[in-house]
Design a protein. Structure first.
Length: 236
């Protein structure tokens, strides 16, 4: 009769294969990210990713409405890939899960573009609502209430003003990507990174303004280009 003998040198709770394969980058945050978290995220970006964010942000900001079908499908594909990898990593199949999630999300988005834009606007509204709730110093525990208000408002706005909503959402996303890419590149210089971080943290309004101002510029630019194209079409 064989008896199992415990190895005293072994840890009491050894991690399973699935747990050991879980990537820290494929895990949901346990709290709403603060500005310091965003700065640390930008600092950890490699230069190639930061530059890609910067270039993609310019495309979203200036030509969002003209390319909105491709850009919204890209958003959905990336979100589907992340969710697929998040679910598949526990089975040791993060890459196949990401591929399946990306394909399914992109394939479902294209024929349901109007609903995809509405979902995108609702998500942006939720993030904006929570951010404004916290920026005004309201009770943090009830911040999702502010997010719910933004979600409903921007979701309904999408169906009322579709064209303007697409311009606003793509401009907002482009502005955020540009700021994140710029912070990722600038903070590679260790000499000025601490001063940038301290300046942003000491003035919490700086980062929202840095996103808001390019958003307005992109919205005005897209609107003016749309009106110019419409006028040119009438002349023909």
């Amino acid at each position: 009769m064989l008896l199992a003998v415990a190895n005293p040198a072994a840890p009491a709770t050894a991690p399973t294969t699935a747990e050991a394969s879980v990537s820290p980058f494929l895990s949901l945050p346990d709290r709403w990210p603060e500005q310091l978290d965003l700065l640390q995220f930008c600092q950890q970006l490699n230069p190639g990713t930061a530059a890609l964010l910067l270039v993609a942000g310019v495309i979203y900001l200036l030509w969002g409405y003209y390319l909105f079908k491709a850009l919204i499908t890209l958003n959905a594909g990336l979100a589907g890939a992340y969710i697929g990898a998040l679910l598949g990593q526990y089975a040791g199949a993060a890459v196949p899960g990401a591929c399946v999630g990306c394909f399914v999300a992109a394939a479902a988005t294209w024929p349901l573009m109007r609903w995809a834009v509405a979902i995108t606007g609702s998500l942006f509204g939720f993030v904006l609502g929570v951010s404004m709730w916290r920026a005004f110093g309201l009770e943090v525990d009830y911040a999702p209430a502010g997010g719910a208000i933004g979600l409903v408002f921007f979701g309904m706005l999408t169906f009322i003003l579709f064209k303007g909503s697409v311009m606003m959402f793509t401009s907002m996303q482009g502005a955020a990507m540009i700021i994140l890419g710029m912070l990722g590149l600038v903070q590679k210089d260790q000499a000025i990174a601490p001063s940038i971080q301290s300046g942003i943290l000491n003035s919490p309004v700086v980062l929202p303004l840095a996103v808001f101002i390019p958003t307005v510029v992109g919205l005005i630019y897209q609107q003016s280009m749309s009106e110019a194209d419409a006028a040119a079409a009438k002349k023909k």
